[in-house]
Design a protein around this ligand. Structure first.
Ligand SMILES: Cc1cc2nc3c(=O)[nH]c(=O)nc-3n(C[C@H](O)[C@H](O)[C@H](O)COP(=O)(O)OP(=O)(O)OC[C@H]3O[C@@H](n4cnc5c(N)ncnc54)[C@H](O)[C@@H]3O)c2cc1C
Length: 417
């Protein structure tokens, strides 16, 4: 019995596993000759891109609903070791350490929020990097009214800071979260405290949304309309239980500090004997094979491919899903024969949620503006709520078909107003 092991069941890992099952089905490889095993930290496929949203109910898909109908085995556990010389991994599951041999391996363990050595950051800042981080933030926000009541007994100023939130890092995640927070906090604050709501978005770049090309000025307009205070050109000096100190000397009293300082590939990549890129990613060729490491593939935020033959892939759901589908297809072809397919995507889009204001949609690597406001919001909601989900029908053919190694067309949108 041969074994294909996939580490991670996020956008890259889930689609690698389903892509492998699809190709095995197409090649009619008997089930007793090969198994596909997915190892994931939780029994859920997390729609991680939605962690900035208020309602997290629909952001987790039970993996069993997707994997059981197609005969892929799920192991709930955490991989701690990869031994490429001997073709095996080490994992912890239900308190036990196990080893598992593989014939082919797909590393799709994703990325993690970077945590630089800033005093108080780990202890006091929230994040929306994972479902558990977003859940912890939501529980904290729900508790703010009682914090405010207790504080107002002490002083009016501390009641105000109860509804002050500072988002640090104005990349895509920080912008989406900051845009969502004013309305979310006003809903929590109620009539008694709604005027105390204050959201700050801070970034070390000279402008908020500096890397966003044609969307940059749209983002500033949206933040103004939403009442978000933008602080550009500042870094975080320290965080404590009552707020933040910024490098320009300003102190902001705030009950909520949320760190959105960028992502780095999962530390497991450091176990592979190759030179990683500056984001800690494994270099892969167009077939998702880790360069010069036999039998090992990688996809998603763990991997760096030249996505159009020239530009490196971006840590994104947009690239992770097709990288996964192609990795799944190719890993089976490598093991059982069949034509491996190179991934080549000649388009790039950015669609940024701007909360109740709407959204902004850009095309191209230079991010030229295509649409904004309600038109872009409709596109964003279609992406977040439909396009990136696996079929949840539990119908085998639906699931396998969704993993075909093809590049989707860009999400449709109406032109800019
Ligand atoms: C709030 C937020 C908003 C975002 N918005 C967008 C957006 O609008 N558009 C976009 O394209 N991208 C967006 N991204 C980025 C996108 O979510 C990631 O690029 C994408 O999730 C990467 O997919 P992945 O499969 O490589 O990793 P992940 O989705 O992170 O999946 C990795 C999986 O591996 C598992 N895992 C990790 N380590 C181990 C281990 N040791 N053992 C076993 N399992 C392990 C994890 O539990 C997880 O299930 C956003 C990210 C965040 C946090």
């Amino acid at each position: 019995m041969k074994r294909i092991v996939v580490i991670g069941a996020g956008f890259a890992g889930l689609w690698s596993a389903v892509g492998a099952a699809r190709k095995l089905d197409e090649l009619r490889v008997p089930a007793d000759q090969v198994e596909v095993v997915v190892i994931n930290g939780t029994p859920y496929h997390s729609i991680r891109v939605r962690n900035y949203e208020q309602n997290l109910d629909e952001t987790r898909v039970p993996l069993a609903d997707v994997l059981e109908p197609i005969g892929v085995r799920l192991v709930e556990g955490t991989v701690s070791g990869i031994d490429v010389a001997n073709g095996g991994i080490t994992l912890q599951t239900q308190g036990q350490t196990q080893t598992l041999a593989y014939d082919r391996l797909v590393i799709a363990a994703g990325s993690q929020l970077v945590h630089p050595d800033i005093p108080g950051l780990t202890e006091h800042a929230f994040d929306v990097d994972t479902f558990s981080g977003a859940t912890k933030l939501a529980a904290h926000l729900r508790g703010l009214p009682s914090l405010a009541s207790a504080a107002s007994a002490a002083s009016a100023a501390s009641a105000t800071s109860a509804f002050t939130a500072v988002v640090v890092g104005a990349g895509l995640t920080g912008i989406e979260l900051a845009a969502e927070l004013p309305a979310r906090l006003r809903g929590i604050a109620g009539d008694a405290h709604r005027d105390a709501v204050h959201v700050v978005l801070a970034d070390r770049s000279a402008k908020i949304g500096q890397a966003m090309g044609g969307a940059q000025s749209v983002i500033e307009r949206a933040m103004d309309a939403l009442g978000v205070e933008m602080l550009a050109g500042v870094s975080l000096q320290s965080v404590d239980a009552d707020g933040v100190e910024l490098t320009n000397g300003r102190r902001i009293e705030a009950a909520t500090v949320i760190w959105c300082g960028g992502m780095r590939a999962n530390a497991l990549t450091a176990q592979i004997p190759v030179t990683l890129d500056p984001l800690g990613r494994l270099p892969v060729d167009a077939f998702m094979r880790v360069e010069n490491v036999a039998h090992v593939f990688a996809a998603g935020d763990c991997a760096r491919v030249l996505i159009d033959g020239a530009r490196p892939s971006v840590m994104s759901c947009q690239h992770s899903r097709p990288m996964g589908r192609y990795a799944g297809h190719n890993v089976v072809c490598d093991l059982f024969g069949g034509e491996m397919l190179p991934l080549h995507i000649d388009w790039y889009t950015t669609i940024l949620d701007l909360g109740p204001w709407g959204a902004v949609y850009t095309e191209g690597w230079d991010r030229h503006l295509v649409s904004e406001g309600d038109a872009a919001k409709t596109t964003k909601q279609t992406i977040n709520c439909v396009r990136i989900y696996p079929p949840r029908t539990r119908v085998r053919d639906d699931i396998l078909q969704a993993a075909a190694p093809v590049v989707q067309t860009p999400p449709p949108t109406a032109a800019a107003r």
